[in-house]
Design a protein around this ligand. Structure first.
Ligand SMILES: NC(=O)c1ccc[n+]([C@@H]2O[C@H](COP(=O)([O-])OP(=O)(O)OC[C@H]3O[C@@H](n4cnc5c(N)ncnc54)[C@H](O)[C@@H]3O)[C@@H](O)[C@H]2O)c1
Length: 254
Protein backbone atom coordinates (compact mmCIF):
# COMPACT_ATOMS: atom_id res chain seq x y z
CA UNK A 1 0.00 0.00 0.00
CA UNK A 2 1.06 3.60 -0.70
CA UNK A 3 3.03 4.64 2.41
CA UNK A 4 1.01 7.80 3.01
CA UNK A 5 -2.26 5.82 3.21
CA UNK A 6 -0.89 3.09 5.46
CA UNK A 7 -1.95 3.09 9.11
CA UNK A 8 0.67 0.59 10.24
CA UNK A 9 1.87 1.07 13.82
CA UNK A 10 -1.16 3.24 14.60
CA UNK A 11 -3.72 2.46 17.31
CA UNK A 12 -7.20 3.74 16.49
CA UNK A 13 -10.02 4.20 19.01
CA UNK A 14 -13.39 4.21 17.25
CA UNK A 15 -16.44 4.88 19.42
CA UNK A 16 -19.72 3.15 18.55
CA UNK A 17 -17.82 0.71 16.35
CA UNK A 18 -19.87 -2.39 17.13
CA UNK A 19 -22.39 -1.70 14.37
CA UNK A 20 -23.30 0.52 11.43
CA UNK A 21 -20.86 3.08 10.10
CA UNK A 22 -18.46 2.70 13.02
CA UNK A 23 -18.05 -0.97 12.17
CA UNK A 24 -17.23 -0.02 8.56
CA UNK A 25 -14.59 2.47 9.82
CA UNK A 26 -13.08 -0.19 12.07
CA UNK A 27 -12.82 -2.75 9.25
CA UNK A 28 -11.25 -0.31 6.77
CA UNK A 29 -8.77 1.22 9.22
CA UNK A 30 -7.74 -2.30 10.24
CA UNK A 31 -7.36 -3.31 6.57
CA UNK A 32 -4.99 -0.33 6.20
CA UNK A 33 -2.88 -1.66 9.08
CA UNK A 34 -4.23 0.07 12.19
CA UNK A 35 -4.79 -1.80 15.44
CA UNK A 36 -8.35 -0.97 16.40
CA UNK A 37 -9.95 -0.39 19.79
CA UNK A 38 -13.60 -1.17 19.07
CA UNK A 39 -15.53 0.86 21.64
CA UNK A 40 -19.27 0.36 22.06
CA UNK A 41 -21.95 0.34 24.75
CA UNK A 42 -23.00 -3.09 23.44
CA UNK A 43 -20.54 -5.83 24.40
CA UNK A 44 -21.78 -8.43 21.89
CA UNK A 45 -21.40 -6.20 18.83
CA UNK A 46 -18.07 -4.74 20.01
CA UNK A 47 -16.68 -8.25 20.39
CA UNK A 48 -18.13 -9.30 17.02
CA UNK A 49 -16.43 -6.40 15.18
CA UNK A 50 -13.13 -7.00 16.98
CA UNK A 51 -13.40 -10.72 16.16
CA UNK A 52 -14.07 -9.97 12.48
CA UNK A 53 -10.86 -7.91 12.35
CA UNK A 54 -8.81 -10.58 14.10
CA UNK A 55 -10.25 -13.22 11.72
CA UNK A 56 -8.60 -11.39 8.82
CA UNK A 57 -5.24 -11.23 10.60
CA UNK A 58 -5.64 -7.77 12.10
CA UNK A 59 -5.33 -6.59 15.68
CA UNK A 60 -8.43 -5.41 17.54
CA UNK A 61 -9.83 -5.23 21.04
CA UNK A 62 -13.37 -4.73 22.34
CA UNK A 63 -13.79 -1.82 24.76
CA UNK A 64 -17.17 -1.66 26.45
CA UNK A 65 -18.58 1.44 28.17
CA UNK A 66 -21.15 4.19 27.80
CA UNK A 67 -19.37 7.03 26.00
CA UNK A 68 -21.73 9.51 27.70
CA UNK A 69 -20.18 8.49 31.04
CA UNK A 70 -16.71 10.12 30.80
CA UNK A 71 -15.01 8.48 33.83
CA UNK A 72 -15.85 5.03 32.39
CA UNK A 73 -13.67 5.31 29.28
CA UNK A 74 -10.21 5.28 30.83
CA UNK A 75 -10.69 2.06 32.86
CA UNK A 76 -12.46 0.42 29.90
CA UNK A 77 -9.48 1.17 27.65
CA UNK A 78 -7.06 -0.19 30.24
CA UNK A 79 -9.21 -3.30 30.74
CA UNK A 80 -9.11 -3.84 26.98
CA UNK A 81 -5.33 -3.62 27.04
CA UNK A 82 -4.33 -0.15 25.80
CA UNK A 83 -3.48 2.90 27.91
CA UNK A 84 -5.28 6.12 26.88
CA UNK A 85 -1.89 7.61 26.01
CA UNK A 86 -1.38 4.88 23.41
CA UNK A 87 -4.12 6.10 21.06
CA UNK A 88 -2.90 7.69 17.79
CA UNK A 89 -6.26 8.02 16.01
CA UNK A 90 -9.63 8.86 17.53
CA UNK A 91 -12.90 8.62 15.61
CA UNK A 92 -15.77 10.04 17.66
CA UNK A 93 -18.62 8.17 16.00
CA UNK A 94 -21.01 6.84 18.67
CA UNK A 95 -24.45 8.26 18.08
CA UNK A 96 -28.18 7.90 18.55
CA UNK A 97 -31.10 9.20 16.54
CA UNK A 98 -34.74 9.91 17.37
CA UNK A 99 -37.41 11.55 15.24
CA UNK A 100 -39.11 13.94 17.64
CA UNK A 101 -40.83 17.32 17.51
CA UNK A 102 -39.84 19.85 20.15
CA UNK A 103 -42.98 19.08 22.18
CA UNK A 104 -42.09 15.39 22.33
CA UNK A 105 -38.51 15.69 23.59
CA UNK A 106 -38.17 15.07 27.33
CA UNK A 107 -35.37 16.55 29.43
CA UNK A 108 -33.92 13.05 29.78
CA UNK A 109 -33.95 12.54 25.99
CA UNK A 110 -32.31 15.93 25.43
CA UNK A 111 -29.62 15.15 27.99
CA UNK A 112 -29.01 11.75 26.40
CA UNK A 113 -28.72 13.22 22.89
CA UNK A 114 -26.15 15.80 24.00
CA UNK A 115 -24.57 13.30 26.41
CA UNK A 116 -23.75 10.74 23.73
CA UNK A 117 -22.81 13.14 20.92
CA UNK A 118 -21.33 16.23 22.59
CA UNK A 119 -20.20 15.12 26.05
CA UNK A 120 -19.04 11.79 24.60
CA UNK A 121 -16.97 13.47 21.88
CA UNK A 122 -15.56 16.08 24.28
CA UNK A 123 -14.42 13.71 27.01
CA UNK A 124 -13.20 10.88 24.75
CA UNK A 125 -10.94 13.51 23.21
CA UNK A 126 -9.88 14.78 26.64
CA UNK A 127 -9.04 11.18 27.63
CA UNK A 128 -6.61 10.54 24.75
CA UNK A 129 -5.24 14.01 23.96
CA UNK A 130 -2.30 13.80 26.40
CA UNK A 131 -0.66 10.94 24.50
CA UNK A 132 -1.14 12.70 21.16
CA UNK A 133 0.44 15.88 22.54
CA UNK A 134 3.37 13.94 23.99
CA UNK A 135 3.95 12.34 20.56
CA UNK A 136 3.37 15.67 18.79
CA UNK A 137 1.10 13.84 16.37
CA UNK A 138 -2.52 12.74 16.25
CA UNK A 139 -5.61 12.44 14.08
CA UNK A 140 -9.10 13.13 15.36
CA UNK A 141 -12.24 12.74 13.24
CA UNK A 142 -15.57 13.80 14.72
CA UNK A 143 -18.65 12.34 13.08
CA UNK A 144 -21.27 15.01 12.59
CA UNK A 145 -24.04 14.82 9.96
CA UNK A 146 -25.38 16.74 7.01
CA UNK A 147 -28.03 17.71 9.57
CA UNK A 148 -25.36 19.53 11.58
CA UNK A 149 -24.96 21.88 8.59
CA UNK A 150 -28.35 22.27 6.90
CA UNK A 151 -30.62 20.75 9.58
CA UNK A 152 -33.95 19.05 9.12
CA UNK A 153 -37.45 19.96 10.24
CA UNK A 154 -37.59 17.16 12.81
CA UNK A 155 -35.07 16.16 15.41
CA UNK A 156 -33.85 19.62 16.45
CA UNK A 157 -31.98 18.14 19.43
CA UNK A 158 -30.08 15.82 17.04
CA UNK A 159 -29.37 18.67 14.62
CA UNK A 160 -28.15 20.85 17.49
CA UNK A 161 -25.87 18.15 18.88
CA UNK A 162 -24.35 17.51 15.43
CA UNK A 163 -23.80 21.27 14.94
CA UNK A 164 -22.08 21.44 18.34
CA UNK A 165 -19.67 18.76 17.14
CA UNK A 166 -18.67 21.06 14.27
CA UNK A 167 -17.92 23.80 16.81
CA UNK A 168 -15.70 21.46 18.85
CA UNK A 169 -13.91 20.41 15.66
CA UNK A 170 -13.03 23.96 14.63
CA UNK A 171 -11.92 25.00 18.13
CA UNK A 172 -9.77 21.89 18.63
CA UNK A 173 -8.15 22.28 15.20
CA UNK A 174 -6.74 25.60 16.45
CA UNK A 175 -6.10 24.47 20.03
CA UNK A 176 -4.16 21.32 19.04
CA UNK A 177 -2.38 22.62 15.91
CA UNK A 178 0.85 23.42 17.81
CA UNK A 179 1.18 19.67 18.50
CA UNK A 180 0.51 18.74 14.82
CA UNK A 181 -2.79 17.11 15.78
CA UNK A 182 -5.32 17.30 12.95
CA UNK A 183 -9.00 17.60 13.86
CA UNK A 184 -11.68 17.33 11.19
CA UNK A 185 -15.36 16.48 10.96
CA UNK A 186 -17.12 14.10 8.61
CA UNK A 187 -20.76 15.00 8.00
CA UNK A 188 -22.38 12.10 6.13
CA UNK A 189 -25.53 12.53 4.11
CA UNK A 190 -27.92 9.62 3.55
CA UNK A 191 -26.29 6.22 3.92
CA UNK A 192 -27.58 2.71 3.32
CA UNK A 193 -27.69 1.21 6.83
CA UNK A 194 -29.97 -1.20 8.67
CA UNK A 195 -32.01 1.80 9.89
CA UNK A 196 -32.49 3.38 6.46
CA UNK A 197 -33.29 -0.01 4.87
CA UNK A 198 -35.91 -0.55 7.58
CA UNK A 199 -37.61 2.74 6.61
CA UNK A 200 -38.38 1.23 3.22
CA UNK A 201 -37.16 1.13 -0.37
CA UNK A 202 -39.87 3.56 -1.54
CA UNK A 203 -38.65 6.29 0.86
CA UNK A 204 -35.04 5.71 -0.15
CA UNK A 205 -35.96 5.91 -3.83
CA UNK A 206 -37.96 9.15 -3.34
CA UNK A 207 -35.24 10.90 -1.31
CA UNK A 208 -32.58 9.77 -3.81
CA UNK A 209 -34.61 11.21 -6.71
CA UNK A 210 -35.77 14.45 -5.08
CA UNK A 211 -32.87 15.48 -2.85
CA UNK A 212 -29.61 13.87 -3.88
CA UNK A 213 -28.04 15.07 -7.17
CA UNK A 214 -26.01 11.85 -7.51
CA UNK A 215 -29.32 9.98 -7.22
CA UNK A 216 -28.53 7.43 -4.51
CA UNK A 217 -27.56 6.85 -0.90
CA UNK A 218 -23.91 6.32 0.06
CA UNK A 219 -22.58 2.95 1.10
CA UNK A 220 -20.96 2.73 4.57
CA UNK A 221 -17.68 1.94 2.80
CA UNK A 222 -17.79 5.28 0.94
CA UNK A 223 -18.05 7.16 4.23
CA UNK A 224 -15.27 4.96 5.64
CA UNK A 225 -12.96 6.00 2.78
CA UNK A 226 -13.42 9.64 3.80
CA UNK A 227 -12.54 8.79 7.40
CA UNK A 228 -9.53 6.69 6.32
CA UNK A 229 -8.22 9.63 4.27
CA UNK A 230 -8.59 12.03 7.20
CA UNK A 231 -6.69 9.76 9.61
CA UNK A 232 -3.85 9.09 7.16
CA UNK A 233 -0.82 11.23 6.42
CA UNK A 234 -2.37 12.06 3.03
CA UNK A 235 -4.41 14.71 4.88
CA UNK A 236 -1.65 16.19 7.03
CA UNK A 237 -2.40 19.76 5.82
CA UNK A 238 -6.15 19.49 6.40
CA UNK A 239 -7.48 20.58 9.79
CA UNK A 240 -10.63 22.23 11.10
CA UNK A 241 -12.60 21.19 8.02
CA UNK A 242 -15.98 19.60 7.51
CA UNK A 243 -15.97 16.94 4.81
CA UNK A 244 -19.47 15.94 3.81
CA UNK A 245 -19.89 12.89 1.59
CA UNK A 246 -23.53 13.57 0.67
CA UNK A 247 -23.94 13.05 -3.09
CA UNK A 248 -24.40 16.81 -3.58
CA UNK A 249 -27.42 17.04 -1.26
CA UNK A 250 -25.79 19.99 0.51
CA UNK A 251 -23.44 22.26 -1.37
CA UNK A 252 -22.46 24.96 1.11
CA UNK A 253 -19.75 27.56 1.60
CA UNK A 254 -18.46 30.42 -0.52
N1 LIG B 1 -26.52 6.37 9.09
C1 LIG B 1 -26.59 7.59 8.56
O1 LIG B 1 -27.22 7.79 7.52
C2 LIG B 1 -25.85 8.74 9.22
C3 LIG B 1 -25.83 9.97 8.60
C4 LIG B 1 -25.15 11.02 9.21
C5 LIG B 1 -24.50 10.83 10.40
N2 LIG B 1 -24.55 9.62 11.01
C6 LIG B 1 -23.84 9.48 12.29
O2 LIG B 1 -22.94 8.40 12.17
C7 LIG B 1 -22.78 7.78 13.46
C8 LIG B 1 -23.08 6.29 13.32
O3 LIG B 1 -24.41 6.15 12.82
P1 LIG B 1 -24.99 4.72 12.41
O4 LIG B 1 -26.05 4.96 11.40
O5 LIG B 1 -23.89 3.79 12.11
O6 LIG B 1 -25.70 4.30 13.79
P2 LIG B 1 -25.95 2.83 14.39
O7 LIG B 1 -27.09 3.00 15.33
O8 LIG B 1 -26.03 1.81 13.32
O9 LIG B 1 -24.61 2.57 15.22
C9 LIG B 1 -24.28 3.35 16.32
C10 LIG B 1 -23.37 2.57 17.24
O10 LIG B 1 -23.08 3.41 18.38
C11 LIG B 1 -23.28 2.65 19.55
N3 LIG B 1 -23.65 3.53 20.65
C12 LIG B 1 -24.83 4.20 20.83
N4 LIG B 1 -24.80 4.88 21.98
C13 LIG B 1 -23.59 4.65 22.55
C14 LIG B 1 -22.98 5.08 23.76
N5 LIG B 1 -23.63 5.86 24.63
N6 LIG B 1 -21.71 4.66 24.03
C15 LIG B 1 -21.06 3.86 23.15
N7 LIG B 1 -21.60 3.41 22.00
C16 LIG B 1 -22.86 3.80 21.70
C17 LIG B 1 -24.39 1.67 19.22
O11 LIG B 1 -24.41 0.57 20.11
C18 LIG B 1 -24.03 1.30 17.78
O12 LIG B 1 -23.11 0.24 17.73
C19 LIG B 1 -23.70 8.52 14.41
O13 LIG B 1 -22.99 9.51 15.09
C20 LIG B 1 -24.72 9.12 13.46
O14 LIG B 1 -25.34 10.27 14.03
C21 LIG B 1 -25.20 8.57 10.45
Amino acid sequence: MDGSRSLRDRVALITGAGAGLGRAYALLLAARGASVMVQDIDRATAEETAGAIRATGGTAWACVCDIADPPALQPALRAAGVAPGGIHILVNNAGIDAARTIEEVTVAEFDRMFGVHVKGTFFATQTVIGGMKARRHGKIVNISSINGMIADSTDSHYNGAKAAILGLTKAWAKEFAPWRINVNAVAPGHVVTAATIQRGAARMERISRERIPLGRYATPEEIAHTVAFLVSSESDFITGQVVSPNGGEAIVGI
